[in-house]
Every structure is written in structure tokens, then in C-alpha cells.
Design a protein around this ligand. Structure first.
Ligand SMILES: Nc1ncnc2c1ncn2[C@@H]1O[C@H](COP(=O)(O)OP(=O)(O)OP(=O)(O)O)[C@@H](O)[C@H]1O
Length: 284
């Protein structure tokens, strides 16, 4: 299946915990072109895993639109969401073991992952050996998952995510706890999948080098898109409501309440800070 586009508009997600609201995402706007590769980076707790769970149809947004291909996941019926998860969208959870049956062979793991797609659209289901070949595990069908080293297990998890030939592959922290050479093999496998199948790939990572390798790295900060790196250059991003986040390092010099004059000069946006008296709370 060809790569699928992803569109997020003003996406909000709130967890309800014992009567309290935890706002995990507070207005995410994002466009991911079909067949592109994107890293979601950012501090712990910023909302990356929440966003990937929404893109995978594992949860519905509290507000806003999450669209994968032509389907608005927030409005889709449960059956449609289940169909998307088994066919159009591949999800690889953090920790290879969570995606695999450890005592079964790779062939058995692939068969399980291909079952639904084999019923819904059999013409799109590739022989599993070819998918294993894509991630560098050709000829390992009869190997038991537990016998493989950690890097190969992670690539096996990618193969399981690709088992139904999805147009969108979502991968949570594929390189954590791997040494450099195993990590490079995982990144090579993602490259090959993207190049040879045209799959859109979104990877959550804490590793800036992974972001650089994927070409586009979107920083999620406090539940919003805080910045975007493209080919090594860092950009601020204008959100759907017109807000722009300053880089965190600048906030020391420009605390909340700082007045900025924003001007457009010869096609460039220029922000000039103004010194001002604190407003005070009205007490003499
Ligand atoms: N199931 C949940 N119930 C309640 N709150 C949650 C739940 N999952 C995440 N959160 C909260 O939502 C916010 C965003 O969490 P999320 O896991 O999406 O961030 P993250 O960027 O993926 O973090 P990490 O890099 O540590 O995995 C955090 O405040 C977190 O505590």
C-alpha cells in the first residue's frame, strides 16, 4: 500500500484521572506528507506517546481532528478504527518484546499479524519472507524470537508492524537501549521500508541523531508543536491559532508577560522586545 497522509488540526487530548484532568495535548497542528519520515522528539511527558496513540487510532482525541488518509479517526465508527489498525496503520510499541510472542518463530509472529489484512484485502498482503528481507532478517523465518539479539528483535517488531503492508507505520522508541551498530541497523531497516514501500513513517524518539537521520524532527513541548528541525536547521512553527513558541533557552531573557512588537519587514518576521513597567496588582 502507498504511503498515507496524516493531518492534525487543533488536537487536544485530556486524560481523566480520579476526577482530575491531565491535559496531554493542547492544540497540535501537524501535516505529514504521504511517504515521508518524521521524528517526534521532546522532553518526557510532553505528549509524544499520546500523539502517536491518537495517530494509531488507539484512542480518540478529546477535541480537534486527527485524519489518516481520508478517515477522521475521531469520528470513525469502532469497526472502522479496528479495520484501520489491522490494515492501513502499523503500530510498533515501545520495547520490541511487547510486539512479539517470544517463544514463537518469526514466521508465526508474522502470520498472526497478517491475519486480519489477509481477510480484508488479501491482494495487498506480501509473503512474510519478503517483509523480513526488508528489515534484514531474510531467511530467519524459523528462528525463535527469544534467540535473537536485541537489535534483531527490534527489527522483527518492525517487520510485524509492516506485516499487513500498512501505508502508515508508527514506531515508539525503536532504538532505546541498543548499541550503536544495532541502532544503525534499525535505522537502515526504517530507511529501506520507506524507500522500497513508500510507507509514511512516524517515530517517537529521545535520540536527536535519529531525528536528524529521518530529516524532519518535530519537537512536542507542553502538548503542542514547539519547533521543527529540517535537515539540521531549527524552526519555530506557527500554530493554527497563530501562536509561536520561543526556544526554551530564550525564555530566561523573555519571561511570561514580555511585550514583543511583531512586524513584517521585507517578508521577514521581526520581533522586538519592549521594556515596560510591571502592571502590579493594584495595591498601593
Ligand atoms: N494513561 C494516562 N493517564 C493519565 N495521564 C497520562 C496517561 N498517559 C500519559 N499521561 C500524562 O499525559 C502527559 C503526556 O504524556 P505522554 O506519555 O504522552 O508524554 P511523552 O512525551 O510520550 O513522555 P515520555 O517521553 O516520558 O514517554 C503527561 O503529563 C503524562 O503524565
Amino acid at each position: 500500500m502507498n504511503g498515507i497522509a496524516v493531518v492534525c488540526r487543533r488536537v487536544v487530548h485530556i486524560y481523566r484521572v480520579e476526577g482530575n484532568d491531565v491535559v496531554a495535548l493542547s492544540g497540535v497542528d501537524l501535516d505529514i506528507a504521504p511517504g515521508s519520515t518524521v521524528a517526534l522528539v521532546g522532553p518526557s511527558g510532553s505528549g509524544k506517546s499520546t500523539l502517536i496513540a491518537l495517530l494509531g487510532g488507539l484512542m480518540r482525541p478529546s477535541a480537534g481532528r486527527v485524519q489518516v488518509g481520508l478517515v477522521d479517526l475521531g469520528k470513525a465508527a469502532d469497526a472502522e478504527l479496528a479495520r484501520m489498525r489491522g490494515t492501513d496503520i502499523g503500530v510498533v510499541l515501545q520495547g520490541a518484546a511487547r510486539n512479539l510472542l517470544p517463544h514463537a518463530t518469526l514466521a508465526a509472529n508474522m502470520w498472526l499479524a497478517q491475519r486480519r489484512a489477509a481477510k480484508v484485502r488479501p491482494a495487498d498482503v506480501e509473503p512474510f519472507e519478503r517483509i523480513l528481507g526488508l528489515v534484514g532478517l531474510g531467511g530467519f523465518g524459523e528462528a525463535t524470537v527469544g534467540e535473537l539479539p536485541p537489535g534483531a528483535q527490534q527489527r522483527a517488531a518492525l517487520a510485524v508492524g509492516m506485516a499487513a503492508s500498512p501505508g502508515l507505520l508508527l514506531v515508539d522508541e525503536p532504538t532505546s537501549r541498543l548499541d550503536r551498530s544495532a541502532r544503525d541497523e534499525v535505522l537502515d531497516a526504517l530507511d529501506t521500508v520507506n524507500r522500497e514501500r513508500g510507507t509514511t513513517i512516524v517515530v517517537v524518539t529521545h535520540d536527536p541523531e535519529v531525528g536528524a537521520r529521518l530529516g524532519r524532527a518535530i519537537t512536542i513541548r507542553d502538548g503542542r508543536v514547539g519547533a521543527e528541525g529540517r535537515d539540521g536547521q531549527e524552526f519555530a512553527v506557527v500554530a493554527g491559532d497563530g501562536t509561536v513558541q520561543l526556544p526554551p533557552a530564550m525564555l530566561e531573557n523573555y519571561p511570561p508577560g514580555t511585550l514583543l512588537a511583531v512586524e513584517s519587514v521585507d517578508g521577514q518576521v521581526v520581533m522586538v522586545s519592549a521594556t515596560h513597567e510591571p502592571v502590579g496588582d493594584g495595591t498601593p
